[in-house]
Ligand binder design. Structure first.
Ligand SMILES: *Cc1c(COP(=O)(O)O)cnc(C)c1O
Length: 440
């Protein structure tokens, strides 16, 4: 007997593949895949949808590292000042390339340390409790490191974290926190709020918040406003300077491809740069660079985001960061952002189609609105999610599993293709069929 349903299903998957082939053909960024080293499984390139966890390695990274090693070999400590790329100049070259990615002036960016460390440093400067204004508003179920950072930072400063941390929860417990929920909470706490601190994109759901609206409302309430941009930098449109954000921090190993444990970035709005009285943890690398080596006794801060630096940076990590940022500069943020959205929109369309045929097996956690997401789509498949996930992994299709039952799928614009998204969709349906004993 001819299975008509199977034939119908087959034909709609074929349509997706046709669409994907055409979209890849027209993709202005298609050549960029070749700039990266793709992991393989059984001799085939993996479908790697994990750029939200650890972005892939640019082919130029090892050359950049080698040239630092070479300079160290040839010049020793003079490498800081001499050679075709003196190490002291590298920071400004990184900040310039990051500026269009986060929407900041280069002087508002510093490349230093790692994300959680930088969040502590930002809180030293931007958590300024005064009288009854002492609360920090953050999202419930923030990334664990952010929660631990807040708890331990507050305890260190003599506060009871429970007293200080106010969490925004979703109005509808079944759904995500909305920007509206955050704005309402800001109103509610009003003059008790010292700081609003939110993940610009929620790492779990992939939901993007309206950072401009949140910043404006926080300022109106008399609070400062900062963001964790771990899942936003390189993935969604950011305009931190214009939005008037006070500070922001991000890591560079997710969408920014700077490698495991990469050197991170921080944004500090220029209105703070000349404030020598702002509290901060200082170090000699925060001293104005022209006079840094005069070694004076009193600390003076450089009048830029560099004033928040402490230590001699790892030039090797700078090199990794630079390799990837050159690719971003060549591709241009506008194209990167629009392809990221096109990939996730395509993925959503395929999932919708699977749901039509399989009575809503897949729950989509990421908002559909293109101003509320980047390239990540988070799904859950109640009851069989883990088995489906394992099935995909065994076939060389890599997404990310998060307990209790979420699969995060991030096709990224620089090295993923529409065809990979179509192949993912097809494999996803096959895995559901296989695991649930349904039929194609
Ligand atoms: C990835 C991520 C981190 C990781 O912090 P590190 O200090 O880089 O290890 C922190 N916060 C959020 C929201 C993240 O997504």
């Amino acid at each position: 007997m001819v299975d008509e349903q199977a034939a119908f299903n087959r034909s709609s998957m074929d349509q997706f593949h046709n669409y994907a082939a055409k979209a890849d053909e027209e993709d202005e960024l298609k050549g960029f895949r070749d700039y990266f080293l793709l992991p393989t499984q059984n001799g085939r390139e993996k479908i790697y949808f994990l750029g939200n966890s650890l972005g892939l390695q640019p082919k130029t990274t090892s050359e950049k590292i080698s040239s630092v090693l070479q300079q160290w070999h040839e010049l020793g400590v003079e490498g800081f000042f001499k050679g075709n790329k003196p190490w002291l100049d590298l920071h400004s070259s990184l900040a310039e390339k990051l500026a269009p990615i986060v929407g900041a002036l280069p002087s508002e960016i510093t490349v230093m340390n790692q994300l959680t460390v930088n969040l502590h440093l930002m809180l030293v400067s931007f958590y300024k409790p005064i009288g009854r204004r002492r609360k920090i508003l953050c999202e419930s179920k923030a990334f664990p490191s952010d929660q631990y950072m807040l708890q331990t930072h507050l305890s260190f400063r003599g506060f009871d974290p429970e007293d200080i941390i106010a969490e925004v929860t979703p109005a509808d417990p079944e759904s995500n926190i909305s920007t509206g929920d955050i704005l309402t909470a800001i109103e509610k706490y009003g003059d008790e709020l010292a700081l609003v601190f939110i993940g610009g994109i929620n790492y779990y759901s992939g939901q993007l918040f309206d950072m401009q609206a949140i910043t404006t409302r926080a300022h109106k309430a008399g609070a400062l406003c900062g963001f964790d941009l771990a899942h936003a930098a390189g993935n969604v449109f950011l305009d931190l300077h214009k939005w008037d954000v006070d500070f922001a921090c991000w890591c560079s190993y997710k969408y920014l491809n700077a490698g495991p444990g990469a050197i991170a970035g921080a944004f500090i709005h220029e209105r703070y740069h000349r404030d020598q009285n702002i509290s901060r943890f200082g170090g000699w690398w925060g001293y104005p660079s022209d006079d840094r080596f005069i070694m004076k006794k009193e600390f003076v801060a450089a009048e830029s985001a560099e004033g928040w630096q402490l230590s001699t940076p790892s030039i090797l990590l700078y090199a990794c960061h630079e390799a990837a940022l050159e690719i971003f500069a060549e591709a241009g943020m506008a194209k990167i952002l629009s392809k990221g959205l096109a990939l996730s929109s395509f993925l959503l369309r395929i999932i919708d189609e699977i749901n039509k045929r399989r009575i809503n097996t897949i729950k989509i956690l990421t908002p559909r609105e293109t101003n509320q997401r980047g390239c990540q789509v988070s799904i859950s498949i109640p009851g069989i999610g883990k088995k489906v996930f394992d099935h995909l992994t065994a076939q060389g299709i890599f997404a990310d599993w998060r307990e209790p039952d979420v699969i995060r799928v991030a096709p990224v614009p620089l090295y993923n293709s529409f065809t990979e998204v179509a192949r993912f969709g097809e494999a996803l349906e096959e895995a559901i069929v296989e695991v649930s004993g349904d039929r194609l």
